[in-house]
Design a protein around this ligand. Structure first.
Ligand code: 6PG
Length: 239
């Protein structure tokens, strides 16, 4: 695990965009494609805009990049709460990425069907070999959830590298990649900024064997050697 802390969020986004560029270059040199898992939430918006801007649009071979979603809300396509909608508006549409290279969650059936189908689609892309994404981008919630892996949820105990539905009391169901699937990735990057995330960052990264991963889910992968944390000074202020 590696942690980088930036004074300004502008620097943070730029450094992360460069990291993604390098990850893409490495993947393309070795396997001739870049399999990139996008995060939802608000945090990545400016990163996506930056990747689609003049500064980066010609630095990454987007024609060989395939896009996936680490989690999705179980709402119809183009619903305002879809992670894919935010990603399309800020990254995929500006870069004119064809639908054939955007692997979206199909929410036309039940959440269980959506999860099963998404995993099937992913496995198909990887030709039924073990699924190893090149780069997974993740955010962190104030409660230390990541993707849709929330504190106390039974999905935290899932041992299969797959996609599962998540049912949250009083909320829209979600579809999420499980920790075993996320952990298999070549690189996992967390993007976290802002003072309101400082406690979560502390609980996830603190060196205390009594801090539970069930209470602070991102802790379950936080220390893996393929994980890199991009934090701003405020998010890192309690470390
Ligand atoms: C989602 C996410 C989720 C997110 C965190 C942080 O779909 O909402 O994938 O895990 O990354 O909740 O969200 P913010 O970036 O909005 O703070």
């Amino acid at each position: 695990m590696e942690i980088s802390i930036y004074k300004e969020t502008g620097q943070l986004f730029y450094a992360l965009a460069e990291y993604i560029q390098k990850s893409a270059e490495k993947a393309m040199a070795r396997r001739n494609q870049f399999n990139f898992v996008l995060a939802g939430g608000n945090s990545p918006k400016k990163l996506y805009k930056l990747l689609a801007s003049e500064d980066f649009r010609n630095k990454i071979n987007w024609d060989k990049t395939f896009f996936f979603f680490g989690d999705e809300r179980f709402v119809p396509e183009n619903h305002s709460q879809r992670n894919s909608k935010m990603a399309k508006e800020n990254l995929l549409n500006p870069l004119k990425i064809p639908r054939s290279r955007i692997y979206e969650v199909d929410t036309s059936g039940t959440p269980e069907e959506a999860a099963g189908q998404y995993m099937k689609t992913i496995s198909g892309h990887f030709r039924n070999k073990p699924v190893r994404f090149d780069c997974i981008l993740l955010g962190l919630g104030k409660d230390a959830h990541t993707a849709s892996l929330f504190p106390g949820s039974p999905v935290l105990e899932e041992t299969e590298a797959t996609v599962r539905p998540v049912f949250l009391k009083g909320k829209i169901p979600r579809i999420t990649m499980t920790f075993p699937l996320i952990s298999q990735a070549r690189q996992i990057v967390f993007l976290v900024f802002g003072r309101e995330k400082a406690d979560a960052v502390l609980h996830v990264l603190e060196n205390n064997t009594e801090t539970s991963g069930t209470a602070f889910p991102a802790r379950l992968i936080s220390g893996d050697k393929n994980v890199k944390w991009f934090l701003d000074r405020e998010a890192a202020s309690k470390l």
